[in-house]
Design a protein around this ligand. Structure first.
Ligand SMILES: [Zn+2]
Length: 97
């Protein structure tokens, strides 16, 4: 996957490990690129990863910039965390709210 701003490539496990927070209800994490310090929205679905971009200022409409099939992905949400399983590892990304 590549940063939406500077196109630097990043590793999904690194992004999951270094995400500052998530929006569990959107199944999305916030990942800040270490190269350019801009944030990326990464959305997880069962067996799918998407890099998404807001097309409105209020976050009601999103477009998919890039997506790919990743068979080991699974997600679960609760009020405090977005849980993502990737390649047999479990990541808990704390909710922003
Ligand atoms: Zn970047």
């Amino acid at each position: 996957m590549n940063c939406i701003n500077c196109k630097a490539s990043f590793n999904l496990e690194f992004a999951l490990s270094n995400s500052a927070f998530s929006w569990p209800e959107m199944q999305t994490i916030w990942y800040v690129c270490p190269d350019c310090n801009k944030g990326n929205h990464i959305r997880f679905n069962s067996q799918k990863v998407e890099l998404i971009k807001s097309v409105t200022n209020n976050g009601t409409s999103w477009e998919t910039v890039h997506d790919y099939f990743e068979p080991t992905i699974d997600v679960r949400i609760d009020s405090m965390y977005l849980h993502v399983w990737f390649d047999g590892k479990h990541f808990e990304i704390k909710s922003r709210v």
